[in-house]
Ligand binder design. Structure first.
Ligand code: NAD
Length: 499
């Protein structure tokens, strides 16, 4: 039986083995039932750092059996006792933040400071979940004389989550803490490209006292996801990833009458008007478009430049050019993604876009791995692939507009709707744009307008298939069901149910 090397020993970017990302089922590491494994690469080196179990329906079946066995005990654990275990998990995650950050950095390729911030954001989601049963439960009222109505949030049972490669620590934490706080048994399917961080976090949850089988990890790709969608005992499934797969997963689960919330890809627009503060805007646009090498669903990928903002464009290019690869931004996830990103750039140039900054072929001196440097394309139009499709790399497309209304129309016409932002020093302009953007998360002078707890995360349109946000109160509701209880004890000769 091959196991992971935990605690992960790396404290630098040097290639370090993490062993085998096995499943975590019923409190034990397990190989895939078929014995299949795939290689996991460290994208900074373009070399193997370990392997991942390649699961299938048999492994999902085993996890469901363990979850079924664990669920009644966890459901019957009082919410406050559940919260205490989650709190101990939080303490352990905090103590292991550096280890988790290095692990996420190694498997994902992002720089360690970005990885650390993502672990911290994950912990913030957990903090919210620890408190949520206190805030969300209750609600009892005498509705008629001697008759009370009460609502109780109860768990669904065995539930599942499927997550992408770009935030190995944070995205699982959008789902797992709320689902556990609600009393469910959770099966997590990490991206096969980054299977280690979530596995380590699940192991720490057990160390914190979470009973075996309450949080399990089944590794693999499409076969595992399909088995999770299809399994009759899995009551709800949350998905985060590309829109194409989000739509597949959503239709497959909901066709079986299950709950599903599937977050998809994005094309986020930052609208810059002439009264924007140049320094703040350029700094922010660069951080948003180039941070995490553009592999963020909240990355600004389009700057809509309204009127004469050439001075801001020039400053943006200068700041992007100053980015040190490998120190300020990390790698692209794999070779295939590099090819895809470079194809977008080439295509835009062929269609007449101007290359203000070309990151193709750039990499830190002497390094292997998968890199694309900061790239800025000007005179992009909304009908070019670089102007409307998700590139998911460090590429900023500038679309020129004459008026704010034109800029808003460009944003509105895009199929996605995760985030949009306006850069201005005028409150009226900001309000005008925010009220008209077709996006779930809007920013004023903020390029990555991720709401912080207790405010919830969730886009609109093709960035979110299903209903509600994934975090916050909506997340808790997604993982629970409301039982309404109407009670009468006293005999009421003179009263009816409606009196
Ligand atoms: P992806 O859609 O390729 O994979 C996501 C998950 O689905 C993985 O666990 C993968 O194993 C599984 N999967 C892949 N193909 C599948 C298939 N055909 N059938 C069933 N399951 C399948 O996404 P990714 O490349 O890992 O992540 C990047 C994408 O995620 C981007 O589009 C990004 O915008 C999006 N994302 C969105 C949000 C959000 O909040 N909206 C957050 C993070 C990432």
């Amino acid at each position: 039986m091959a196991t992971p090397i935990f605690p992960f020993p790396a404290t630098s970017y040097a290639l370090t083995s993490a062993g085998a990302a096995a499943h975590r089922i019923g409190g034990n590491f397990r190989d895939a039932a078929s014995g299949a494994v795939r290689e996991v690469e460290n994208p900074r080196h373009g070399a193997a750092m370990g392997s991942v179990a390649w699961g299938d329906a048999a492994d999902v079946e085993a996890a469901v059996a363990a979850a079924r066995a664990a669920f009644p005990g966890w459901r019957d654990t009082p919410p406050k006792a559940r919260a205490q275990i989650l709190h101990r998990w939080r303490v352990l995650l905090e103590a292991h933040t550096d280890e988790l950050a290095w692990l996420a950095s190694h498997e994902n390729g992002k720089i360690v400071s970005e990885a650390r911030a993502s672990v911290e954001k994950g912990i913030e989601c957990l903090e919210f979940a620890v408190a949520v049963p206190n805030a969300q439960n209750g609600g009892v009222m005498e509705v008629s004389r001697g008759i009370s109505c009460e609502v109780r949030q109860e768990p669904l049972g065995v539930v599942a989550g499927v997550v992408p490669f770009n935030f190995p620590a944070m995205v699982p934490m959008w789902m797992v803490p709320l689902a556990l706080a609600a009393g469910n048994a959770f099966i997590l399917k990490p991206s096969e490209k980054v299977p280690f961080t979530a596995l380590r976090m699940a192991q720490l949850a057990e160390e914190a006292g979470l009973p075996a089988g309450v949080l399990q990890v089944v590794q693999g790709g499409q076969p595992v996801v399909e088995a999770l969608c299809d399994h009759p005992e899995i009551r709800a499934l949350a998905f985060v990833g590309s829109t194409r797969v989000a739509k597949l997963v959503y239709s497959r689960t909901t066709a079986l009458g299950k709950r599903c919330l599937a977050l998809g890809g994005a094309k986020n627009h930052l609208v810059v008007v002439p009264d924007a503060d140049p320094e703040m805007t350029a700094t922010n646009v660069v951080a948003s478009s180039m941070g995490s090498a553009g592999q963020r669903c909240m990355a600004a990928s389009v700057m809509v430049a309204v009127g004469d903002v050439q001075h801001i464009v020039d400053l943006t290019v200068a700041k992007a050019r100053a980015i040190r690869m490998g120190e300020d931004i990390g790698t692209i996830i794999d070779a295939e993604a590099v090819t895809r990103i470079e194809r977008f750039i080439e295509d835009a140039v062929q269609r007449g876009a101007k290359l203000l900054l070309d990151g193709r072929g750039q990499r830190p001196d002497g390094s292997g791995g998968y890199w694309v440097g900061p790239t800025i394309l000007d005179d992009v139009t909304a009908d070019m692939p670089a102007g409307c499709d998700e590139i998911f790399g460090p590429v900023l497309s500038i679309i020129r507009a004459r008026t704010l209304d034109q800029a808003i129309a460009i944003e509105n016409d895009n199929a996605y709707g995760n985030a949009a932002a306006i850069y201005t020093s005028n409150g009226g302009t900001a309000e005008y744009a925010i009220a008209r953007f077709s996006a779930g998360m809007c920013g004023v002078n903020i390029g990555v307008p991720v709401p912080r707890e207790p405010f919830a995360f969730g886009g609109w349109n093709d960035s979110r298939i299903g209903h509600g946000d994934i975090t916050g109160a909506d997340g808790y509701r997604f993982w629970s069901q409301a039982r309404k209880v109407t009670t009468k004890w006293a005999l009421q000769k003179d009263a009816t149910w409606m009196s």
